[in-house]
Design a protein. Sequence first.
Length: 381
Amino acid sequence: MVPASPWMDEELTLVEEHAQKFFEREFAPHYERWIKEGRIDREAWKKAGEAGLLCAQIPEQYGGGGGTYAHDCVIARAQVRAGVSGFGNSVHSGIVAPYILAYGSEEQKQKWLPRLASGDLVGAIAMSEPGTGSDLQGVKTTALKDGNHYVLNGQKTFITNGQNADFIIVVTKTDPKEGAKGVSLVCVETEEVEGFTRGRNLEKIGQKAQDTSELFFEDVRIPTANLLGTEEGQGFIQLMQQLPGERLVIADMAVIAMERALDVTIAYVKERKAFGKPIMNFQNTRFQLAEAKTKMIVARTFVDRCTELHLEGNLSVEMAAMAKWWTTQMQCEVVDECLQLHGGYGYMMEYPIARMWADSRVQKIYGGTNEIMKELIGRML
C-alpha cells in the first residue's frame, strides 16, 4: 500500500476517480491508434474540457474549475495510472493557463482562459530552439515592434502539443541586444495570423502519442496587446517564477510512474514461473522490489512536502530542482529494474513496462536537464 498524500481530501479523491474513469473510457480505447498516428485526436481535448479536466486550477470566473494546483495534479496522476502518456494536459493546464492567470491582463484572461478550459484552444509554450535548450536567455527568436504590432521571426523545436496547439506562448527577444532583460513572452493564436507553419511531428523514443513538433514563425504579425506582462523584458523573470511549478509536475509524474511500474511488475512476478515456482519466490526478486518500493515511497514523501509548499506559495527554485532531478533519476532506475524482472517480455512493446521504460527517459531532460537542476542547487550551496 502507498500512503495517501497528506494534502489529499475527499474532493480531490473524487476528482481523481472521475478523471481515471474518463481516461479509461474515452482515451484508452483509442490509445494504440494515437501511438501510430503520433498525436491525440483534436476532439479528445474538447471531451476533456466537457468533463471538467482542463484548467482545473483556474478560477470559475474564467471558465476553469476553481481549484488549486492539487486538482490539476490528481488529474495528471489519473492519466498516468490509466496508461495514457500522450495527452499534453500538464503543459496546457499546468503551465500555459497559469502563465495567463499570473501575468495576463483582465482582457487577456477573459479572452483566452475560458477557451483553454473548454478545449476550444489547445495550449503550448514554445521555449526550446535548435541551438537553445535550458539556456533560455540565449533564444534567437525575435519579436520586433512595428507600430501596434510585433513582427515575430524564429524557429522552435521539441514543442509539446505542437501539432494540435492553436494558442502558443512564445519565448522571444523583444530587445535582441540584451540577454535575459531582452526576453519577453508573447501569445500567438495560430488561426489569427499568417506566416506561422508547423514543421515535423518529431519521432521520439517514447511518448509516441504526444505531438512534439517544430514550429516556424516568419514575419508573423501579432498585436502588441498579446504581450504577457505590463512591459517588455519581463519574460525571463516570469519563466523563473513559473518553472518550479513545472518541475514539481514532472516530479509528481515520476512518482506515479514508479507506482504503476511496481504495480504491473508485482502482478507479473506473482504469475510468471521459472524453475517451477513464481518469480516472486526468489529472494533476488523480493529484494529488488523492496529497494524499488523504498525509492518510490521516499520520493512520494518528498514530493508531497514540495506540493504542500507549492500550495502555500513557498516552493523554492532549489527545492523544485531537487525534486525534479532526483525523482526522475529514481523513475528511470525503478522502471529499468522492473523491466529486468519481466525478462525478455519486458522488451516487448505489448507489455506496459516496455512503454513505461521508453516514456521515462525524457523526464531527465525536459523542464531543464538534470544537470541544470544540479547546477541550480550548487549555486545556492
